[in-house]
Design a protein around this ligand. Structure first.
Ligand code: NAG
Ligand code: NAG
Length: 234
């Protein structure tokens, strides 16, 4: 009974989901006139859900600004009814969408479970589950979660760990990719899950303070294309 009461409470009070719609057109490979243009993997669509709290207005506004700032050469935004992949992430994560798209592009579109594997030191994507900082499921797995009885009977626990358990119990997600060191926690915030900012980053997690966001946005040159104005300071 307690369990049944907890679920709706958790959903309504602590979190709401902001959806971003994101379609990736073919990745552009640089080619010079003397070489053949490399065949691009087919385009794919990805739905990103960012978990946030109802009262985090400033964080949501900030995230919209950040993602609107980037000019996307590989991605366009769209709305559709079915995606190739669905990603769950949090509002304390900075995602580099182009790097994420490039990384997903050659991977299987089916039975895929992708992210940053927990525990921190694990390099085996089957041991044990992908961190809630950002995990991607192929659409067939999302449909399976919606239809299977396994999740219904296992609803208590951290959301990321539960998803891993459901997939294991259902013998699902034969394709697993843990993208270390491109995904990580902000330097010195979480032991072995943290390391210094690196050039080929896909996701940085645990950005709780504005100074940490500023550091990350500066490092990745995110605001370089924003024109100076007397209306704001960069
Ligand atoms: C889920 O739990 C119910 C009641 O406890 C049980 O009857 C059912 O077999 C379980 N289903 C699965 C898939 O474990
Ligand atoms: C940001 O720009 C500087 C200067 O152009 C460059 O050296 C650096 O590699 C860039 N950083 C990233 C993450 O692209």
């Amino acid at each position: 009974m307690l369990r049944l009461r907890l679920i709706p409470y958790t959903l309504t009070i602590s979190a709401i989901i902001v959806f971003m719609f994101f379609i990736v057109s073919s990745i552009k490979y640089t080619s010079n006139p003397t070489t053949k243009i490399q065949a691009s993997p087919p385009p794919f669509t990805l739905l990103i859900g960012i978990l946030t709290r109802p009262d985090s207005y400033d964080r949501r506004h900030f995230l919209r600004l950040i993602y609107a700032t980037r000019t996307q050469s590989t991605a366009t935004f769209t709305i559709t009814v079915k995606y190739d992949y669905v990603m769950k992430t949090d509002d304390d994560v900075y995602l580099r969408l182009e790097q994420l798209a490039t990384s997903l592009s050659p991977l299987p579109r089916q039975d895929l479970y992708y992210g940053f594997v927990i525990p921190c030191q694990s390099m085996n994507p089957f041991v044990h589950y992908m961190s809630g900082m950002g995990f991607v499921l192929s659409w067939d797995l999302v449909e399976w979660i919606g239809a299977s009885l396994i999740p219904l009977n296992h609803t208590v626990g951290p959301e990321d760990k539960l998803v891993g358990e459901w997939l294991n119990r259902g013998n699902k997600a034969k394709n697993r990719v843990s993208n270390k060191p491109a995904m990580y926690d902000y330097p010195r915030t979480n032991g072995r899950c943290s390391h210094d900012l690196v050039l080929d980053t896909i996701a940085v997690h645990r950005l709780k303070r504005w100074e940490q966001w500023l550091d990350v946005l500066t490092f990745f040159n995110v605001t370089n294309q924003v024109k100076p104005s007397t209306l704001y300071t960069l």
